[in-house]
Ligand binder design. Structure first.
Ligand code: 13P
Length: 332
């Protein structure tokens, strides 16, 4: 089977560089129907296809200047095929602003027998065909979120290995079809572990990744790691960047953090602190935020079309702050 041609490698590299260009990050708008339902429930809005579409239209129809802070938008399958009120497909609406469209490629979790409640992620069956179709339908990058938990007995070697192999297969399939893979081994923040344990587990997870497909193609990967710790922003920042320096090749163009339950402000301050840390940063350290880019916008919208402008303004404000944070220039 042929490896990637030089042209394929260049095309992937160009896409990755556009997503994480200076001051830019990702809007993760790829909540599944169920997860979006949870977000809508909080503002007393019914979880219908039209309400999900209407909120996404508000985000995607923001003024084109949003492209100064947003380099990519990740969509859920349903959203990739939705349209704005004038009938324009969402991918076209996003791409005309020069923003790259991504697609969630992973599906649901499956239990790993013999572990303490650990899981793997499904979605490899038929992935090549789906990626080929997604590429035709406007997507240029993919996302696959693997979940690992920190407890006194986890993550197990089985969970680490299984998720690493699955991420590697996904990444390779994406690249064969022209999609830049976001490789997301999310280590959940839940638990009472301290900074050292979080750092140890993160490095162990990273060290266990199988080398062949990932390391041959690191230049095209965007990784997403996070650390959840109760120390100061500066301590967390230095520990996180140190871990990344030990484990993520400098050839990776960007590391995009998710917000994972932090408040909007906390997520921005953490990102800013990492970018201000005195350590070398050979990759872009930026954001792939869902909740931390949408919480205020959802609260401003509350399902009412007359609040469109206020919701867009709330989204624009968070995007701008995170753009400053990924350059280490956010002054609280
Ligand atoms: P949150 O920022 O809401 O954790 O989601 C981010 C995400 O899905 C990254 O891919």
């Amino acid at each position: 089977f042929p490896p990637l041609s030089p042209e394929q490698k260049k095309a992937l590299s160009d896409i990755a560089q556009r997503i994480v260009a200076s001051g830019k990050g990702i809007l993760a708008a790829d909540e599944s129907v169920g997860t979006m339902g949870n977000r809508l429930q909080r503002i007393n809005v019914e979880n219908t296809e039209e309400n999900r579409r209407a909120f996404r239209e508000i985000l995607f129809s923001s003024d084109a200047s949003i492209n100064q802070s947003i380099g990519g938008v990740i969509l859920f399958h349903e959203t990739l095929y939705q349209k704005d009120s004038s009938g324009k497909p969402f991918p076209a609406l996003i791409k005309e602003k020069g923003i790259v469209v991504g697609i969630k490629a992973s599906t649901c979790t499956a239990p790993l027998a013999g572990t303490n409640g650990e899981t793997t992620i499904q979605g490899l069956d038929g992935l090549a065909e789906r990626c080929a179709q997604y590429k035709k339908d406007g997507a240029d990058f993919g996302k696959w979120r693997a979940v690992l938990k920190i407890t006194s007995t986890t993550p197990s070697q089985l969970a680490i290995q299984e998720n690493a192999n699955t991420l590697a297969r996904y990444a390779s399939i994406c690249q064969q079809h022209g999609l830049v893979p976001i490789v997301e081994p999310e280590i959940l923040p839940d638990g009472d572990h301290d900074l050292q344990r979080c750092q140890y587990v993160t490095e162990k997870v990273r060290d266990s990744w199988p080398s062949p497909p990932l390391h041959r193609s690191v230049a095209h990967l965007i990784q997403s790691l996070r650390s959840q710790i109760s120390e100061s922003f500066d301590q967390k920042a230095v520990a996180t960047v140190t871990t990344l320096l030990r484990t993520v090749p400098a050839a990776v163009p960007g590391i995009c953090f998710l917000s994972g339950g932090q408040s909007e402000e906390e997520a921005s301050v953490n990102l800013n602190a990492m970018n201000q840390s005195p350590l070398p940063k050979p990759w872009k350290l930026t954001f792939s935020y869902g909740r931390a880019l949408q919480a205020s916008a959802l609260a401003a919208w509350v399902g009412k079309s007359e609040n469109k402008k206020a919701a867009q303004e709330a989204f624009r404000k968070r995007a701008q702050i995170n753009s400053l944070a990924c350059r280490g220039q956010y002054v609280v």
